[in-house]
Design a binder for this molecule. Structure first.
Ligand code: NAD
Length: 322
């Protein structure tokens, strides 16, 4: 079972599980995901799609071995547009997914986030760091929902003995990101391909660490298989400033766009870099794809879908990286 399976990460995870011989039930309400992401999977014998809002309950006929709980708006543009839905899917949605795992005797994996570290005062961020989150700022709907998600996951583990795993994902990119979801990589790529200015927030000196989607998905599968309670950071520790990222994307797109600088969103973290020692030691996992290779593949996908006239690859995206 993959909740949020029609989203960016979820659709790649469904593909990866099917390729490994698993049967997959994908549950999604399309609030931020897209039918196109899973259209190519619908006719595969091992794949089933259920249109469902996971806050309203979660049930599937037949046995379930593993529940990957990804359902949640994830980009700042999405969760700021859907604040109450984000809180509800992090709370009721996570409870319902945990209940399904408990009833089925299934393993459960929560995709938490580096946002639980808020604007970190420890760098890089190890799992032992408790974070620096503004509990009432606009981003808190996401950060606190995920923190609650972690708390209820641990409570189900302690109270009901559910085999739970918490992974904290750092920024991930790749094909199927929506151009208009507010994340920097799709925003810069579409701007560069269309010859528009690349809108960098602040002075572009703030950093993120970007993991290519295939690497990340491998980490999810390993984490589920490990039975480790977590939390375990999954991300690429190579740090890049937003200014450097914009220039790299512009050059890889062969564009002559200019960079323009716009205001940074409230509570936007200045630095982000995962400490991935736990992932290396406990899962034998580390990202393998270089930023340049990952960006090339992502740019190729954006070019192909734009050439094919597919929808939702335009948009005046702000570059507030998740
Ligand atoms: P996404 O928005 O592309 O995918 C989320 C999916 O969840 C969408 O398909 C959406 O329709 C679905 N969804 C949302 N609310 C739902 C509900 N109530 N019922 C059913 N489906 C619902 O985002 P993503 O980038 O693929 O992120 C997936 C997960 O990974 C999220 O939980 C996110 O918090 C986490 N995460 C992602 C990143 C990243 O860089 N992509 C970083 C940290 C954490």
């Amino acid at each position: 079972m993959v909740t949020g399976g029609a989203g960016f990460l979820g659709s790649h995870l469904c593909e990866r599980l099917l390729a490994g011989g698993d049967e997959v039930v994908c549950v999604d309400d399309f609030s931020t995901g897209r039918a196109e992401n899973i259209a190519h999977l619908l006719d595969l014998p091992g794949f089933r799609f259920q249109l469902q809002d996971v806050t309203q309950g979660l049930d599937v006929p037949g046995p379930v071995d593993a529940v990957y709980h990804l359902a949640s708006p994830a980009s700042p543009a999405d969760y700021l547009r859907l604040p109450l839905e984000t809180l509800l899917v992090g709370s009721y949605g996570t409870r319902n997914a945990l209940e399904l795992a408990r009833r089925s005797g299934a393993g459960f994996l929560l995709t938490s986030t580096s946002e639980v570290y808020g604007s970190p005062q420890v760098h890089p961020q190890p799992e032992s760091y408790w974070g620096n989150v503004n509990p009432i700022g606009p981003r808190s709907v996401y950060d606190e929902a995920k923190r609650f998600g972690e708390a209820i996951t641990m409570a189900y583990r302690r109270t009901h003995g559910v085999r739970t795993t918490i992974v904290r994902l750092f920024n991930t990119y790749g094909p199927r990101l929506r151009a208009d979801d507010g994340r920097a990589v799709p925003a810069f790529i579409t701007q560069a391909l269309e010859g528009r200015d690349l809108t960098v927030t602040g002075d572009g000196g703030q950093t993120r660490s970007l993991c290519y989607v295939d690497d990340l998905v491998e980490g999810l599968v390993l984490a589920m298989g490990s039975g480790h309670s977590g939390p375990i950071n999954l991300g690429n520790p190579t740090e890049v400033t937003m200014g450097e990222l914009a220039l790299a994307i512009r050059d890889l797109c062969g564009s002559s766009s200019r960079l323009t600088f716009v205001a940074r969103p409230q509570d936007d973290p200045q630095q982000r870099r995962p400490d991935i020692r736990a992932a290396r030691e406990e899962l034998g996992w580390a990202p393998r794809t270089s930023l340049e290779d990952g960006l090339r593949r992502t740019i190729a996908w954006f070019r192909d879908t734009a050439d094919a006239g597919l929808p939702a690859h335009r948009g005046e995206a702000a570059t507030a990286l998740a």
